[in-house]
Write a protein that binds this ligand. Structure first.
Ligand code: RB5
Length: 148
């Protein structure tokens, strides 16, 4: 599985920890975020990650800024992106099972490294449930997306 990862200047250190963690488990990572000492506007990183997912170059995305909120707002502007801002694992699991989220966002100023890596593990290892009621709800989200 290929994972696109983006960050702004609030999270270069945590981004590297996440990449190391995923690579150690055999995941392929595409680093689209900024490095330590660089400044980066979060919508730029969100765009880079979302475009990789929509083109099929990446399967899932991870976006890290100060809060995770700006990243999720920007990512959810893309048709076909379902970005979830999470700070605990219950939501990270359910957003894969129920919402088929394809981008996980979190805040480097909100969660510590341990929680961040747990969020990532939960997100990348949980499949969509394929349940009909969840598919129906996702189709309704798509309808909103198409009409607005
Ligand atoms: C950057 O200082 C900060 O605004 C950003 O990382 C993020 O928290 C925005 O949502």
């Amino acid at each position: 599985m290929k994972i696109a990862i983006g960050n702004d200047h609030a999270a270069p250190g945590l981004k590297l920890k996440v990449i190391e963690h995923l690579v150690n488990q055999g995941f392929e990572c595409i680093d689209l975020g900024c490095a330590e000492g660089e400044k980066c506007d979060y919508p730029v990183a969100a765009r880079a990650v979302c475009e990789r997912i929509l083109s099929g170059e990446a399967d899932l995305g991870i976006l890290i800024c100060g809060t995770g909120v700006g990243m999720s707002l920007a990512a959810n502007k893309f048709k076909g992106i379902r970005a979830a801002c999470c700070s605990e694992c219950f939501s990270a699991r359910l957003t894969r099972e129920h919402n088929n989220a394809n981008v996980l966002c979190f805040g480097a100023r909100v969660v510590g490294e341990g929680t961040a890596l747990d969020l990532v593990d939960t997100f990348v290892n949980t499949p969509f449930s394929e349940d009909e009621r969840h598919k129906r709800r996702l189709a309704l989200i798509k309808e909103i997306e198409e009409q607005n």
